[in-house]
Design a protein around this ligand. Structure first.
Ligand code: F0G
Length: 405
């Protein structure tokens, strides 16, 4: 573990109370400032004796591995996806498949850090609002840590696999009348009244664990920085976490350039993309977000300003894709590469296709699309967009007839 302090991202004040989620002085967003002097004496190879995964990068993390609550998260594959790339027109495309984490999404990276920190603090009850994946991850890590867990879900709009996981791991699953933004407001109120320890990404320890996806990508590419990294953007912490990891690698001298960080939002839930189009540093919240990619159905992203900073500082881009483009990209990834991702994750691939068509992404770029969650999280969407099973008689002739059609 490296020494660190929690500071306000807006006014720079040091924040000592570990139970607040915004700056007591100005109300700003919090962040962790890592002390990386010791890492400057190390090389990437020095970390390779520890298995790939979140905790390989402990020198960049603010929690002592002695307290770790882990289900062996991270260490996900980085697939070279040439066939997909050829179809899109950017051949040198890779997919980082986060759906192979223990609960099937990148959220496990943040939760191992967040729940380990909660354990350090002696928290007994943890909670979060979620569009689904965060709740599945928190429920699993709380079970592992032996903590009580409450998850606040928007009623009726959570994909079946995610809901099943939260119930299965024994969390108190609260169905809130409203959308994610409403559920988060209630969870924050509970945290402000010290009734639970909040593990949404407004908690600055969560993005610290999520930095590891970038460290792994760099490890897997032997520290050759790609031209562009594309992520779906919902509550907007993950793109910020990736940016923070890049700035830390630059600080210790392990990389000397930045990839263009590119955020993709669903057309019906796109406050960050609209702010980018207006060249604004802040976004205007949207009232009724709607998209098939329910994971990113968010109108008031907590880390929206941080995401914009990440995008502007790296010369990146932000745009939207519609539901049809999302589903087509999801199917393309399945049928060309044998990879099954959930709709929100397919937004990164749909976004690359759109950026190529717009002439923003060059055909010779080396691009990593981060595919954040497993397709089995949302089987309903998959089945609704595939042809149904074929009725077949119980005979060789019937099978042959169908195969020849
Ligand atoms: N992809 C998936 C599969 C997600 O579940 C999320 C966020 C995102 C992308 C967007 O990441 O919020 O850091 O910009 N899901 C949250 C949840 C909101 O509650 O599970 P972000």
């Amino acid at each position: 573990m490296a020494a660190h302090k929690v500071i306000c991202w807006d006014c720079g004040a040091e924040v000592e109370d570990p139970f607040v989620n915004t700056c007591p002085r100005c109300g700003g967003l919090l962040t962790v400032k890592m002390e990386l002097e010791k890492v400057k004496e190390m090389k990437p190879q020095d970390l390779r004796s520890t298995p790939i995964g979140v905790w390989r990068y402990a020198p960049f993390m603010p929690v002592d591995p002695a307290h770790k609550v882990s289900i062996q998260e991270g260490g996900t594959p980085l697939y070279p996806t040439k066939a997909l790339g050829a179809e899109i027109g950017v051949e040198n495309t890779f997919v980082k498949f986060e759906g192979l984490n223990p609960t099937g999404s990148f959220k496990d990276r943040g939760m191992t850090m967040g729940v380990s920190h909660a354990k350090e603090l002696g928290a007994q009850v943890v909670g979060c609002a979620s569009t689904g994946n965060t709740s599945a991850a928190l429920a699993a890590y709380a079970a592992k840590a032996g903590m009580k867990c409450a998850v606040f879900l928007p009623s009726g709009k959570v994909a079946m696999g995610k809901l099943a996981q939260a119930l299965f791991f024994g969390a108190k699953v609260l169905s809130i009348d409203g959308n994610f933004d409403d559920a988060l407001a209630l969870a924050r109120k509970m945290a402000d009244e010290r009734k639970l320890y909040l593990l949404n990404s407004i908690n600055p320890y969560r993005p610290e664990g999520q930095k590891s996806v970038l460290f792994e990508i760099m490890d897997q590419l032997n520290y050759e920085v790609p031209d562009r990294i594309i992520l779906p953007v919902g509550n907007a912490a993950n793109i910020w976490a990736v940016y923070k990891a890049l700035t830390e690698l630059e600080e210790v001298g392990w990389i000397d350039k930045m990839p263009m960080l590119t955020g993709i939002q669903a057309e019906g839930a796109a406050p960050v993309a609209r702010a980018f189009a207006a060249e604004a540093k802040d976004f205007v919240p949207e009232q009724n977000p709607e998209t098939v990619a329910t994971a990113i159905r968010i109108g008031n992203p907590v880390s929206g300003r941080k995401a914009l900073k990440a995008i502007y500082s790296t010369g990146g881009y932000c745009t939207t894709v519609n539901d049809d483009e999302i589903i087509k990209a999801q199917q393309l990834l399945g049928r060309r590469e044998g990879v099954c991702v959930e709709p929100a994750s397919a937004a990164s691939v749909a976004g690359l296709k759109k950026l190529r068509e717009m002439g923003i992404a060059d055909k010779d770029e080396r691009v990593v699309c981060i595919c954040t969650g497993n397709g089995l999280k949302d089987p309903d969407t998959i089945i609704n967009n595939c042809a149904p099973p074929i009725k077949c008689g119980n005979s060789v002739a019937d099978v042959e007839r169908i195969l020849s059609e």
